[in-house]
Ligand binder design. Sequence first.
Ligand code: AMP
Ligand code: GLY
Length: 419
Amino acid sequence: MKILVVGGGGREHAIIKKIKLNKNVEKIYALPGNGGIAGDAECVDIGAKDIDKIVAFARDNGIDYAVVAPDDPLVLGCVDALREAGIPAFGPDKKAAVIEGSKVFSKNLMKKYGIPTAGYEVFDDMDKALEYLETAPIPTVIKADGLALGKGVIIASTREEAKDAVKSMMEDKIFGKSGEHIVIEEFLEGPEVSVLSFTDGKTVVPMISSMDHKRAGDNDTGLNTGGMGTVAPNPYYTAEVAKECMDKIFLPTINAMNSEGRTFKGCLYFGLMITKDGPKVIEYNCRFGDPETQVVLPLLESDLLDIMMAVTEGRLSGQEVRFSDKNACCVIMASDGYPVKYEKGYEISIPEDIRDNIYVAGAKLKDGKLLTDGGRVLGCTAVAETLKDAVDKAYAMVDRVHFDNEYFRHDIGRRALEA
Ligand code: AMP
Ligand code: GLY
């Protein structure tokens, strides 16, 4: 089989390394991939949002199955376009991807179907939003409606900050159209858990839980990033919490999407907060998380491509999805200054014996050398019997990977170990 994977980060690298294990796979193309992915797939210089070119490439190259990994192409309808061209693809169609593409949609869905989430108000008029903030409980959370590169959420600890956030989104339009509508929501507290799930719209199979570390600095300080590291499983996701999530969140969400005529097939990501009143949804993503995927997939013992195809073909209930009972830790190595301003173009050295455990996010090949080419550069993932060993092994790898200007957090997994 010839497989095409749309995207070019650490998540896609993890997906590709797993798909490669399927014996029926003869060739994998990554669009656009990156310099590190080039060691595992043929990278083609077509951007992940260039739907027309993606479809043309797939048709011209006899692709049997495609995996659309990032949010943008999913929200733009890449899976629909591929399907119309006769190419089956993993991921939700445009109608279902709106669960991530519009926060107003997802909040209204949860309200309509009684799915636990933070209380909220929607605004499309700035003056009304500012007026509401005069008396809203503080801290409060301001969210741009649309996709905003993971930066569309501002937690305001004063009324002034909240008003500035609203103005930046609705007046200065820092997120463009994404900020035309905003959600102002109740601030929740509690440990966060990421649960990725496979669903074909009938069955939902949660994967092993994980914990992201979103802030740039140690001890959860500094700016929000795309994620500086992950561990799996997440100790806060107990069997009891898992059952409650299945009954009150996972199944109700799948059913709600069906009732709305927006059946979701693909990977549905539940961003949860375990509050004192039980688990609540912080956000839905219509795709695999990054860097959650880099700890979840190494623990998957069943065949990923088989599962994906079962999802697309609506036969997930008969498909084996088995995870190991080990632990995984991924430490992201970034360019110093990320997520604001950083230099690129430094040579990366990775010892041969740990290549299989490295997922490259931002690097390019030049004259046979691998050079840094992004904020997040790569992730080192280790799997071990205990979480402590997984964390230690991941940091031992970080010690052996080198590039100028490298930056990483020193406390990935610490909170999970203390739980
Ligand atoms: P998101 O970009 O939607 O993943 O949100 C970024 C982060 O903001 C989340 O991981 C949470 O840590 C935080 N967050 C979002 N919504 C809330 C909320 N209602 N209460 C507290 N924290 C939140
Ligand atoms: N790690 C969070 C995300 O993928 O959105």
